[in-house]
Design a protein around this ligand. Sequence first.
Ligand code: ADP
Ligand code: MG
Length: 851
Amino acid sequence: METLSVPAKQATPLMQQYLSVKERYPEEILFFRLGDFYEMFYEDAMRAAPLLEVALTQRQSVPMCGIPYHAMTTYISKLIKAGISVAIAEQLEDPKKTKGMVKRDVVRVVTPGTLVEDELLPSKANNFLVSIAVLPSLKGKPSKWALAAADVSTGKLWVGEVDNDPHWNELKSHLATLSPSEILFLGEAHSILGQLNTGRAVIRLEPLLPSSQRGQKVETLIDQVTGAIHRYLERDHADVVKSLGKPQALPMVSGNTLFLDETAVRHLELVQSADPGKAGPTLISVIDQCVTPLGSRLMRWWLLHPSRDLETVRSRHNQVEDVLENSVARSELRSTLQGVADIERISVRTQAGTVSPRDLEALRHSLGRLPKVREIISSNVSLGDLATEITVPEDLERVLHQQLSDTPPAKLIDGGVIREGVSGELDDLRALRRSGKKWIAEMEAAEREKTGIGSLKVGYNDVFGYYIEVSKTNISKVPLDWIRKQTLANGERYITPALKEQEEKILGAEERIRELEARLYAELIHQVAAFGPTLAKVASGVAHLDVISALAEVAGTQGYVRPQLVASDELSIQAGWHPVIAKQMGRDRFIPNDLDLKSNENRISIITGPNMAGKSTFLRQNALIVILAQMGSFVPAESATIGLVDKIFTRIGASDRLAQGQSTFMVEMQEVATLIQNCSQQSLLILDEVGRGTSTYDGVSIAWAVIEHLSKLGPRTLFATHYFELTQLEGRLPGVFNAHATAKEWTGSDGRKQVVFLYQILPGPADRSYGIHVAEMAGVPQVCIEKAREILRHLESGDHRLSLEKGSRAGTQQLELFADHPVLAELRSLQVETLTPLEALNHLARLKGAL
Ligand code: ADP
Ligand code: MG
């Protein structure tokens, strides 16, 4: 590295100081404070300049770039977005009072997982720093892991451990729902978990605590992960660690929440489009009608951690119903909540001592709105309890009202934060400053009169202090005893001994005002910080109310109904719709559909039908309805009875994901394996075209075997497939029944046949010939269509039905039906010159599989 190749002895004292600080922060970009700028040098400058879009310069062949100190946050955000952390080195002494070089050192390291600044944080989502420790399975004992997730911006700390998670299935689900922005892997965790999808997170490797008891008890793993978070924060983020609350149990681990597996979170597009690069609509974008950031965060949390506790769910439904049925109070409640600021994060910044005067003013204003909120809900049966939760102690209100001025500035340094009457000393100093300024104003007026110079004016700058400015044309009128201080292009600046005397008075007062205000402000922060736990409670009450009223708003405006939650394994939905797709295309254009899963007869629905007929949409809408119901929301349907679901798994056939470049079939099969190992009778399974990633016979065989297995395990299952053979399972396996997405054949005016999708899901298997109609519609030559119909007739008439239960290679006899081996036919039709290498490889793999 070039940094190291510069011998410290040759560097100037300032550069020596820089290098000694930089040595301790090799990976971060070091913002080195020099006067009004943060400067970057060497590789840091070369790396940062293009990202920050600032000029890279050189001084004595040292590359450097800089940014003005007051715009720091904007620049930091650019680096954080690029996944780069920033170490901020400040001047630790006042340069004016220091002889020689000012001391400088790093006061804070800003990393993606330790942000507290509103400008850098997503307001509607938590921002997690996660630590993970694992004990791999040893001598037959199952593997264990523990995880801690800290959001230092809200003071939340979640911890949990899982004893037996052989395929890291639960861990993956946590990573998907927490979506951490920084992960500390302890000890060997990273090498063991290397294949995990960590999304956008910055990864750090940290040692395990050198604890003697490590690894002996399960609790020590939890100690490890919590300890790691604290150590990490204390090392470089000292001010934020204070705000961390007591650790709470991660919801899924405690067993009270609906488990969403990693692929379900992604595939159902709950909070993010399944296509990583795309910003498509998501369920959260439809239901998040919250009016405060607190509410939006809680809503997201509920959505990703729906409840499995009947009482919790019913109580939320009661509350939504109450707000929904009283629409006047709803709009009043929502407009009152709208003015409530992010109390949670402000309170945390108060704990950390970084709260701004504007923050405190926002807090005071927000607390001032709560009495009205309480009034609106206090007479309500289901919400009344929340009224006590959002009660603000009078002491806190008094502190804020009596000490904070009416319109405090954004920054303490701008002055005027503390109200008159709080400190006699402060009031005196302000009076002194006022009288000095008044003297100057009077002097200005008097001198204008005396000299007859109408344009004469008194000004101020940092170098000369107060001065009297006179334009060139009037210089002859200037009294002889004024002292000339500066010559300008079109005038002169003067001072007088009396003016300097007042100046000293004013500046002296100002400096003392600054010091005194800083001290009083620190005391004020301290007093407010003491209310931390109360404010946390108020914040959670406000968030809860906001979510409930937002859910009521959604239910009211979009026609959702209250679902009936029961403790059975029923799942019956009348006229349900997909909340996101229907909203996009317009409710009236979306065809609603029923689902009726009940006990033993109807548990596994095999859904067939042509491509694009609405199978996947139907599958997803039902999963979304269950999730909405269990998070406490009403649901997009005419009516719904939902037996509580414990886990939702979704699997999509591999070929649907070719675009994402994953090693498809293997991944698909691994996912199927974990699903079979982890689902229970209370689970809901969404299987979409599973088995598609391999040759037909392979695929049918696997799909068949999986369904047969599931029919024994008993989870409620929706299985969409283009393998028509699977429709034979109805009546053969317990609980399996057929449904199909309907399409209608249509003969156009030109005499050509067309297929019209009706998007209705009806009982029974699909008519299998639609595929050929679709091919015809798409313009496949008529000879091929005729041939296809002929082959189909053969297949349907012959005694060739698959009998996979014997485990035979069912394909061989059917192949004789074809005049030509299908692989040869396909090879002939391949247009090799138009294929990309990837497509060619895929074709080759499939052809080989079909042999
Ligand atoms: P499949 O899985 O059967 O290939 P999809 O579920 O992907 O079909 O649906 C294809 C398209 O059809 C969707 O993108 C949507 O635009 C439309 N669609 C699906 N279901 C409905 C419905 N119930 N009402 C109206 N349009 C629908
Ligand atoms: Mg589909």
